[in-house]
Design a protein around this ligand. Sequence first.
Ligand code: ACO
Length: 319
Amino acid sequence: MYAKITGVGSYLPAQAVSNDDLVARGVDTSDEWIATRTGIRNRHLAEPGQTSSDLGFEAARRALEMAGVDAAELDLIIVATSTPDFIFPSTACLLQSKLGNKGATCFDVQAVCAGFVYALSIAEKFVRSGSHKKALVVGAEVFSRILDWNDRGTCVLFGDGAGAVVLEASDAPGILATALHADGSHHGILSVPGNVAGGAVIGDPFLRMDGQAVFKFAVRVLADVAAETCAAAGVATSDVDWLVPHQANLRIIDSTGKKLGIPSDKVVVTVDRHGNTSAASVPLALDTAVRDGRIQRGQKVLLEGVGGGFTWGAVLFQF
Ligand code: ACO
């Protein structure tokens, strides 16, 4: 038995903010600096009060509609997020309530930008075990809330958004292989090293990053985990129809594609329009390429992500 993706969906908040808009808002940067180093030209930012579960709800609605599944039928809801609505309850429970589902297994997964591949891999194990039949897997983030808008080295890189897939038990091939890894000794190069305790913020509530260390780490592990996942499925990387990478930086995406021998016309890129939306980036890019007709049923698609922790992983599936 396989776990098969039967629906995809995504949602971006209405407010589009270009690099020039950031300059107009007082960020000491330029379109040229951001675009040449990262490929980012635009990102979407949530309205005040708009939460990860709000964005996730819109993405989920679209994925459920494509799958022809009613929210009441879901028996598993996993939300990958590092920007949850609350400390608790989980964003998955809040999303479940918005969808009107009762009784499903619901929990959040925290693996930052690798969150969606982590959540999808976990959901696949539930479905393949036979314990669950219809799963909703969502990546939803409002990273704009944890950015220090005075730190030009980080605030220009991220955006808000959500993506979702419906995963169902199926006899037809679906997810073919997954691989997940972490190395917590690198926690210091990308983190939000704060919390809330005793009614106050303890530590630093903003994202901090050593950009060059993150760049080197990401390039090294992404190609390795993608190759490992293909090998586990017995699929040559040259037989992958589409690579849908985490959308952090065009230079990381290009370098991973080159290392894997996957030509750039088989790599889905949305970072130019969406920025880095962390756990939402992979399902947002996947939905974009499904809805514009590039990714077709029956094709082999490789997803990969890397994020704070450090965490990284990949999923190979037949659509
Ligand atoms: N605009 C203009 N100048 C800037 C900006 C900005 N937004 N940000 C930094 N600078 C300046 C710095 O102050 C520095 O100036 P100085 O030389 O006068 O001191 C100069 O640009 C170079 O700064 P670096 O940080 O060394 O720039 P670098 O070339 O490393 O590029 C970048 C930074 C784009 C972040 C790069 O390191 C990178 O892409 N890293 C990957 C990080 C990433 O993608 N993180 C996403 C989250 S992690 C994930 O999703 C996996």
